[in-house]
Write a protein of this length. Structure first.
Length: 256
């Protein structure tokens, strides 16, 4: 069985990549992962291009190729006033506090996930893959309608219409919170003898390659940082990952 992974370079999709890789190794033992695992990543004009570099690092570690597809039409379609996630946007990403209560965060890109899924299904079919994986989680559903259970089930039904090569869409983390996914990542840290989420990037406020730490303030950083705390990662690991002080961390931990 062959597997296609939509790999953004974020924490969820990276953990999912190692999860599937671990399952393949457990089933086939001395297997060449590149024969069974086909990750795909999209360059769609996002401000946080560093996530692509992180995706490359994970694939290099596993010894597999990463398919990078450029989707340049988003900018042309939605312009500069629709999503804060695209380069050149006149909208700036809001902090978690500023986004509170919004039914849809301003980093939402219209129908992005649908296009990711169908583009990946195209690649998956060409590589004779049986399964396609997407790393959505329950935390995403509050700000992104295209990560909801209803959306995923609808997409699954569409993929089943393929008469010759129906591809099964898997979303193993859709009922998990970020801290639960991070706890799961610890298991794969042991299996692969590395910190698999060290080379991930979620920050929307910082995008340049010179940024070694995520800001800890934007919506995605706040969710990720909270996940690290709830998953009980060591303080030194958290401080190495996020641009916060030990005093900031102490205050945050006191709130849980």
């Amino acid at each position: 069985m062959k597997h296609c992974i939509i790999l953004s370079g974020g924490m969820e999709s990276t953990t999912m990549l190692f999860k599937v890789a671990n399952e393949i190794i457990s089933e086939h033992h001395n297997v060449k992962l590149e024969e069974y695992l086909f990750p795909i990543c999209f360059d769609y004009g996002q401000v946080n291009k560093k996530e692509i570099e992180m995706a490359k690092k994970s694939c290099e570690f596993l010894g597999i190729d990463l398919k990078i597809v450029k989707l340049s039409h988003f900018k042309e379609l939605i312009g500069d006033n629709t999503s804060a996630l695209l380069e050149g946007s006149l909208i700036k990403p809001l902090t978690a506090e500023e986004n509170a209560g919004n039914p849809q965060v301003n980093t939402y890109v219209p129908y992005r996930n649908a296009q990711f899924i169908f583009s990946s299904a195209c690649y998956a079919e060409s590589m004779n893959c049986d399964k396609l994986y997407l790393g959505v989680n329950i935390s995403d559903t509050f700000g992104y309608w295209d990560t909801s259970v209803e959306f995923i089930e609808s997409i699954k039904n569409v993929l089943k219409l393929n008469r010759k090569n129906p591809i099964e869409l898997e979303t193993p983390f859709i009922e998990l919170y970020k801290h639960e996914i991070l706890k799961l990542s610890m298991k794969y840290n042991e299996d692969f003898d590395t910190d698999i989420v060290k080379y991930t990037w979620s920050c929307y406020a910082r995008s340049g390659e010179n940024n070694e730490k995520e800001c800890g303030l934007c919506t995605t950083c706040t969710e990720k940082l909270t996940g690290y705390i709830k998953a009980e990662f060591p303080d030194e690991v958290i401080l190495e990952k996020f641009d916060i002080t030990s005093e900031d961390l102490k205050k945050l931990k006191s709130e849980f």
